[in-house]
Design a protein around this ligand. Structure first.
Ligand code: 6PG
Length: 475
């Protein structure tokens, strides 16, 4: 049994993959950590596996003892499934807390839940933090990127610990206090939306190379590997290159060829676009990526459809590796630009005053979307954006100008050859929409006014107008 009143620095409740990794990271960085878990038998197993770090860890099957062991004001990190389990755990822990104590939810929570919980804590003397943690198990163990939302009081408690355990980009810890209540979880949600888009766009380039280019998985992986040394350098390219070159021990085939093409999703990508739509935005590349995961699940339909709906493929020049690389880079820039637009819209809506430069900075290391591009994006934000639009930043414009041709050629090839490129295509369509000063919504307005008398603005006369439409007889 662990001693009472040991005054540890922080408590971690939830010893699943992420909770265990964060507890070990904290312990390795010299913090004393109390741990507990819903299933108490996990605690001794975890402590035994902690080896030399066990000296900084103390386990408590009993929640009251667990809470009592933490130095006040307390920091208690929940690493448990999001949703109802968090509410249930708050109910258990809250009566054991004192004024100034903070509960931190480190899961992938819906930021609306985080706002609701923060509001419930407000004025009670206790604090609630929603913290997005990115980087998977490896990141959590050796340096994640963390996005914190909550009170200044909580941040002052957490700051020394989180800065120590965070990933570092050229010495700068990839963690910050981004705003109150749901700000951290919202930023993490958008991170995941960008993650979905980036993964999908990489998969689309893979699909083109596999199905139209006739390349083998390992060849595509080797090609991706060469891109790691240039402007596409990123964790997701690195992961994809390695995965494509991995051989399945059972079949001797490339492992990716043995994996069923149905992708799962836990919801964060979907939340990004739901919130984007509610905020009057469309993060179309993210939307395409979430949609493509949904379509991937319709395996039976796709199997039935393939022979019935043959591609009417037109001849198209297959893009060069350089053009494919450009396509991915330009589309990545556009997907990030869309994600940051969603963040800006939410920041206005919820009065969070999000610091976009800092968000780009803390995404440069540790998290799943970490990439060399994020350093350029941070520079662009720092320099100031015309119209608040990342795509209008001079440096980003230069990047797009250099690589847009490759994206256009790649999307054209996909369309002509019948290879689906929904996210690349969506990114390009958004770019073309944004660079078209005179769009086509004048006709949409005419249609709306024609059938619903919704009114329209004229270009030559302010106010609401109606057209003198000739009614069409109901047939
Ligand atoms: C991260 C990831 C992580 C996420 C997984 C799975 O930043 O470390 O975003 O939080 O849970 O990537 O997400 P899906 O199951 O939705 O693909």
């Amino acid at each position: 049994m662990a001693p009472n009143n040991v005054n540890v620095d922080i408590g971690v409740f939830g010893l699943g993959t992420m909770g265990s990794a964060l507890a070990l990271n904290l312990a390795e960085n010299g913090f004393r950590v109390a741990v507990s878990n819903k299933h108490a038998d996990r605690i001794p197993v975890f402590l035994a596996q902690a080896n030399e770090l066990a000296g900084n860890l103390v386990g408590y099957p009993d929640i009251a003892e667990f809470i009592a062991s933490i130095a006040r004001p307390r920091s208690i990190l929940f690493m448990i499934p999001s949703g109802a389990p968090v509410d249930a755990m708050i109910d258990v822990v809250l009566p054991l807390l004192d004024d100034g104590d903070t509960i931190i939810d480190g899961g992938n929570a819906d930021f609306h839940d985080t706002r609701r919980r923060s509001a419930a804590f407000s004025g009670t003397g206790k604090h609630f933090v929603g913290m997005g943690v990115s980087g998977g198990a490896e990141g959590a163990r050796h340096g994640p990127s963390m996005m914190v939302g909550g009170t200044a009081h909580s941040w002052s408690l957490l700051r020394p610990m989180l800065r120590k355990i965070a990933a570092k980009f050229e010495g700068d810890p990839c963690v910050d206090h981004l705003g109150p209540d749901g700000a951290g979880h919202f930023v993490k949600t958008v991170h995941n939306g960008i993650e979905y888009a980036d993964m999908q766009m990489i998969a689309e380039i893979y699909g083109l190379m596999r199905d139209a280019g006739g390349f083998k998985a390992a060849e595509i992986g080797a090609q991706f590997e060469t891109w790691q040394s240039g402007p596409l350098s990123s964790y997701l390219i690195e992961v994809s290159a390695a995965a494509l070159q991995t051989v399945d021990a059972r079949s001797g085939e490339p492992l990716v060829d043995m994996i069923l093409d149905k992708a799962g999703q836990k919801g964060t990508g979907r939340w990004t676009l739901i919130e984007a739509l509610k905020l009057g935005q469309s993060a179309s590349a993210i939307e395409a990526a979430v949609g493509a995961r949904g379509w991937s699940s319709e395996k039976d339909l796709r199997v039935a459809a393939e022979p019935l709906l043959p591609a009417v493929a037109h001849k198209a020049a297959f893009p060069s590796p350089e053009e494919l690389k450009s396509a991915l880079l330009a589309a990545r820039v556009l997907a990030h630009a869309q994600g940051f637009r969603v963040l800006a819209a939410a920041s206005d809506e919820f009065e969070w005053h999000l610091d976009m430069t800092r968000i780009a900075e803390i995404w440069r290391a540790g998290c799943i979307i970490r990439s060399i591009l994020l350093d350029d994006i941070a520079d662009a934000f720092r320099a100031g954006l015309p119209e608040g639009a990342l795509i209008l930043s001079p440096s980003i414009r230069d990047l797009l100008a250099a690589h847009l041709g490759g994206l256009r050629k790649t999307v054209a090839a996909g369309v002509s050859l019948g290879i689906p490129v929904p996210a690349l295509g969506a990114a390009l369509a958004w770019y073309d929409t944004m660079r078209t000063a005179k769009g086509t919504a004048n006709l949409i307005q005419a249609q709306r006014d024609f059938f619903g008398s919704h009114g329209f603005e004229r270009i030559d006369d302010p106010g609401v107008h109606h057209g003198d439409w000739k009614p069409i007889a109901v047939s």
